[in-house]
Write a protein that binds this ligand. Structure first.
Ligand code: NAD
Length: 491
């Protein structure tokens, strides 16, 4: 598969941007070039906003039950093209084929959720708030909305937003990650076949300048962002200052607590899958394991063994359990952090640096790494590594463990492994994280629940997915009506 030059999709037309600026899209396992992605200019973004604004007038008046018909078609097309999309995800993002298929499934789930908009978008009313006066709340779309998405879920994260946004009657612009633009390009090819009117969905490739152009444009009413915390903070503040609605999901440093009464085998398996799945490049990857009391010794040994035996390689090859990290810079950064962790007193039970995979010498591979005894205030315990690295910290009580969880700057996910219902309740009650897992390692909310996040992991109040998404993509309008009897003709 060779794609020479990706194009934007604006007003229902595939457009080659006038800009000469572009970047190579590179398969992180093979180093092979997959094509070039344009870095769209301000003029190109303005064209997309204009197209979306124009389409909005008609789309907003299209009944919700009609607006979801193209989404039913889109769902079917995603099913039919699951294999092609999953291969595209593996090739540009590095995760294994199985992980890529799972991603497409989660993407489809969001389309299914949006197909329920006719009832999800209903308002409510009260008759006789005073004699002869009725009050109602109706939901209306906002207008043009945009999403800016990260590299690690090329299909799922854009589809956290697009289906719900358009089902609610908005028109939409996606600015996907410039590192993984091919999958978005492919699912836009499917969207093109659904009968959506031109301009309802638009795809604009680019990087910071394209994002800034969206933030600067007065017609963009709302911005959804997923990516690293510094960029989330930047986009949230710029959007808010411009009077836009914003929901910005940031980075993470996810702790898992292992109590002595946890099932060792199951816990090890789940924590290893969470930490090393997608090469640790998930915002819900476990990256700090806090063992309590006598859980320490058995867990460190079993986790180290799970790390050692994990099969690393190109995600389309049979039997591969973990792919590469996204770029050579990312590999270098992860390896530097492992070195720093060791310099700060952590000892490497398994050291994944300097990995070479035969036949894939150009790949950005880092094998699973387990660093024992990392200082709680040190780099490994506090930094988002975004690679297959777990730090182990040992404490004496569950309270000490929860205190550590809550001291983190991040609050995306926290998990507890235990067979005690009381401990689980204590944890759920006290832990400062937006997604909580009990005997689970990736507490990823279904499409009909909001994707949580606190502290540096989320800027905003209405989250992506679920009913929050419907609130985010609609304006609540309140109407109070009086129809005095003496005005009316008698019939
Ligand atoms: P990133 O912040 O580098 O990029 C995300 C998007 O922002 C891209 O589209 C990029 O083009 C754009 N961007 C980058 N720098 C920008 C700038 N200075 N100004 C304006 N726009 C800019 O993130 P990434 O490396 O693509 O993704 C990994 C990060 O995403 C990790 O921190 C991960 O935890 C986070 N993430 C969070 C969630 C969540 O739900 N909280 C989900 C997935 C990923």
């Amino acid at each position: 598969m060779n794609i020479p030059q990706l194009t934007n999709y604006i007003a229902g037309v595939w457009t080659k941007p006038a800009t000469k600026d572009d970047l190579a899209v590179v398969n992180p396992a093979t180093g092979e070039s997959l094509g070039r992605v344009p870095l769209s200019s301000v003029a190109e973004v303005d064209r997309a906003v204009e197209a979306a604004s124009k389409a909005y007038r008609e789309w907003r008046e299209t009944p919700p039950a009609d607006r979801i018909q193209p989404l039913f078609k889109f769902r079917r097309l995603l099913e039919e093209h699951q294999d092609r999309l999953a291969r595209s995800i593996t090739n540009e993002c590095g995760k294994t084929y199985g992980e890529a298929v799972a991603e497409v499934r989660r993407a489809i789930e969001n389309v299914e959720f949006a197909c329920g908009i006719p009832s999800l978008m209903q308002g409510y009313n009260s008759e006789d708030i005073a004699r002869g006066i009725d009050e109602m709340m109706i939901r209306q779309p906002l207008g043009v909305v945009a999403a800016i998405t990260p590299f690690n879920f090329p299909a799922m994260v854009p589809l956290w937003f697009l289906p719900c946004a358009i089902a609610c009657g908005n028109t939409f612009i996606l600015k996907p990650s410039e590192k993984v633009p091919v999958t978005a390009w492919r699912f836009f090819e499917l969207l093109e076949q659904t009968g959506l009117p031109p301009g309802v969905v638009n795809l604009v490739h680019g990087a910071k300048d394209s994002v800034d152009a969206l933030l600067n444009h007065p017609a963009v009413r709302a911005v959804s962002f997923v990516g690293s915390s510094p960029v989330a903070r930047y986009i949230y503040s710029r959007a808010a200052a411009a009077g836009k609605r914003a929901q910005c999901q940031g980075g993470a440093k996810n702790p898992v607590i292992v109590l002595p009464d946890a099932d060792l085998e199951m816990t090890t398996q789940i924590v290893a899958d969470s930490a090393f799945g997608c090469a640790g490049q998930r915002c819900l990857a476990a990256s700090l394991a806090i063992t309590v009391g006598e859980a320490r010794q058995p867990f460190r040994e079993s986790l180290a063994e799970a790390a050692r035996v994990r099969v690393v390689g190109y995600g389309l090859d049979d039997g591969v359990q973990m792919g590469p990290v996204i770029t050579p810079q990312s590999k270098e950064r992860v390896e530097d952090l492992i070195g720093r962790g060791m310099g700060e007193g952590g000892s490497a039970l398994v050291d994944g640096r300097n990995t070479r995979i035969s036949g894939y010498e150009q790949g950005n591979f880092v094998r699973p790494t387990v660093l024992d005894g990392v200082p709680p205030a040190g780099t490994i315990a506090r930094t988002e590594i975004f690679g297959p690295v777990v730090g182990l910290v040992h404490v004496q009580t569950i309270d000490d463990a929860i205190e550590l969880v809550n001291a983190s700057n991040y609050g995306n996910m926290a998990c507890l492994f235990t067979s005690s219902g009381l401990a689980a309740r204590e944890f759920r009650y006290k832990a400062l994280a937006g997604n909580i897992g009990i005997n689970l390692g990736v507490a990823a909310p279904m499409a009909y629940f909001p994707f949580g996040g606190m502290k540096e992991s989320f800027f905003g109040d209405l989250h992506g997915q679920g009913r929050d998404a419907v609130d985010f993509y609609t304006e609540k309008k309140v109407v109070i009506e009086r129809w005095p009897r003496h005005w009316s003709r008698k019939f």
